[in-house]
Design a protein around this ligand. Structure first.
Ligand code: GLV
Ligand code: GLV
Length: 327
């Protein structure tokens, strides 16, 4: 029988597929495991199912001498040293698609919240300061007729584009390649990154974190944005140079930001944001809908099972490991 290590309890819909088939150890701890705990956990295991707060580095991969698959319970896989896994013939898988709607909706939740001062308004009411309608109270920006600049036109970027269209926004985008579907269906315009920054009233980030995208929004980029524009980050914290964003928000260089991800994850957020009124913060909630999380659990299980059955999983990050027919 194959042995599986699961670093954190995931929804039952996926977990039961694994426990029915394999000898499975599911960490009972309601927290992120330490590196030492993961190293202990992968020893002698055929498969690892991990979450995005687990940093799966070379040392862990080496300790898992029998590993055939690392199934990540996330679409992003910047937490995994894919190169080391590939070198050892270990398949790495992720969970795209099932969290697309949830993440696109969260991006819009942040856009609307920051543009219309929802969190400030909530606080204002709770502080018992509301004394009736006020013509100048918390006046914000509309979406209709404004330009959204989408950075990264993958599944999530595309889902954001469709929602933007429904709000009567003009969509411009920057991506490694042009995406016919959004150009045809919603008249999205492909522009270079600089033009996007200069023209957009809302800049929304939907790229994975890679060497190329790390700090792709820093001082220069924030400086190019309109002082009335908003930055929305539901991708990864390190796509933005956080220090620069905090300074830009402090100095009103841009109008505001909606931030779901932080550079210091998995260790926490950046306290530099806490006193700023022009930012809406969320604790990495992009995929946090019941449907998305259940779908991710089933997909992560199916990917893991496929590899242990000697098949190419549907969501393979490093297909090269199957060139010689799997493990
Ligand atoms: C969430 O951030 C994910 O990558 O699934
Ligand atoms: C991956 O980038 C996705 O959009 O699902």
């Amino acid at each position: 029988m194959m042995d599986v290590f699961v670093t954190r309890r995931i929804p039952e819909s996926g977990l039961k597929k694994i426990t029915q088939k394999y000898d499975t150890y599911v960490s009972p701890k309601p927290r992120r495991l330490t590196k030492e705990e993961i190293i202990e956990g992968v020893k002698g295991k055929d498969a690892l199912l991990c979450i995005l707060t687990d940093i799966i580095d070379e040392e862990i991969i080496e300790a898992g001498e029998d590993l055939k698959v690392i199934s990540n319970y996330a679409v992003g896989y910047d937490n995994i040293d894919v190169e080391s896994a590939t070198k050892r013939g270990i398949a790495v898988t992720n969970t795209p698609g099932v969290l697309t709607n949830a993440t696109a909706e969260l991006a819009f939740a942040l856009i609307l919240a920051v543009a219309r001062n929802i969190t400030l308004g909530d606080k204002f009411v709770r502080e018992d300061r509301f004394e009736g309608w006020d013509p100048t109270l918390l006046v914000g920006s509309e979406l209709a007729g404004n330009v959204i600049g989408i950075v990264g036109m993958g599944n999530i970027g595309t889902a954001v584009a469709h929602r933007a269209k429904a709000f009567n926004m003009d969509v411009i985008y920057f991506n490694r390649s042009r995406v016919d579907e959004v150009e045809r269906e919603i008249d999205a315009k492909f522009v270079d990154f600089e033009e996007l920054l200069k023209r957009a009233d809302f800049v929304s980030l939907h790229v994975p974190l890679t060497e190329e995208t790390k700090h792709m929004v820093s001082w220069n980029e924030l400086d190019m944005m309109k002082d009335t524009a908003y930055l929305i980050n539901t991708a990864r914290g390190e796509v933005v140079e956080e220090k620069a964003l905090i300074e830009a928000l402090k100095g009103d260089k841009i109008a505001g930001a909606g931030v779901d991800v932080f550079a210091d994850e998995p260790y926490g957020a950046n306290p530099g944001y806490y006193d700023l009124d022009n930012v809406v913060l969320a604790p990495h909630l992009g995929s946090a809908s019941h449907r998305a999380r259940n779908g991710m659990a089933e997909m992560a299980a199916d990917n893991l099972i496929a590899v242990l059955d000697g098949k190419m999983p549907e969501n393979i990050v490093n297909p090269e490991v199957f060139e010689n027919g799997g493990y």
